[in-house]
Design a protein around this ligand. Structure first.
Ligand code: CA2
Length: 155
């Protein structure tokens, strides 16, 4: 049997990780984050599909495409966290466990970053633990999707 697929989605400007504002977001590049996720997924027996886009519509389409294909979604919605009802609606409609990740602690930052529309669709939220938050989200996701693979639950 193939391992459960977790889709890891990254929103706008996260392609700049490690290249700008390292004092805020650290030195790891998005490629480093993908490698970190691949390593964690391998250990946890998960497959990942890791993506980044600057487009709101593309992000929404990717969420929709998870239906029937993925077992869970990990998402750092970046700038769309605080603006996108469309993204919220897609995450609510997809019917999968969702973990929202932020590299920084959005609650220690500017007031406008505090309210996340996406959190309304999230099973859990990880913020402020740097890029390690992605590995922690994968660990939590493995726990959330494991019961689906338990043959005892099939009865
Ligand atoms: O802390 C996070 O992960 C954020 O989602 C990052 C977003 C920000 O809008 C959220 O409030 C919190 C910004 C992503 C932009 O990433 C950059 C990375 C390096 C240099 C510049 C931007």
């Amino acid at each position: 049997m193939s391992p459960p697929l977790v889709v890891v989605l990254n929103g706008p400007n996260l392609n700049l990780l490690g290249m700008r504002e390292p004092e805020k977001y650290g030195n790891a590049t998005l490629d480093d984050v993908e490698a970190l996720c691949a390593e964690a997924a391998e250990t946890l027996g998960l497959a990942i599909d890791f993506r980044q886009t600057n487009g709101e519509g593309e992000l929404i389409t990717w969420v929709q495409e998870c239906r029937g294909r993925a077992s869970g979604i990990i998402i750092n919605p970046a700038g769309y966290t605080t603006t996108s009802i469309g993204l919220l609606d897609a995450l609510l409609a997809v019917g999968l466990p969702v973990i929202e990740v932020h590299i920084t602690n959005i609650h220690r930052r500017e007031e406008f970053r505090h309210h996340s529309f996406v959190s309304k669709a999230a099973t859990g939220v990880i913020a402020g633990l740097g890029v390690q938050g992605y590995a922690l989200a994968l660990e939590a996701m493995a726990g959330l999707i494991a019961p689906m693979d338990d043959p005892d639950d099939a009865a």
